[in-house]
Design a binder for this molecule. Structure first.
Ligand SMILES: [Zn+2]
Length: 63
């Protein structure tokens, strides 16, 4: 189980690993495509050390 935020409804949902449709390793991030239990759409969630570090840096600049 892991937590996703639906970009359509902005609500959080616990989803099982069976909801993952694909995992694609990119140079800058890992794209995980998950079937949303809320709206039924396929959402891409980006993760990975490089991606999360870049996001934290963006948040610090914006603060
Ligand atoms: Zn959704």
């Amino acid at each position: 189980m892991f937590l996703i935020t639906c970009p359509v409804t902005r609500s959080d949902h616990l989803v099982s690993l069976t909801s993952i449709r694909s995992v694609i390793n990119h140079p800058t991030h890992i794209a995980v495509h998950v079937e949303c239990p809320d709206c039924g759409a396929l959402h891409e969630h980006r993760t990975g050390r490089k991606y999360l570090a870049a996001r934290r840096a963006e948040e610090l600049v914006a603060a």
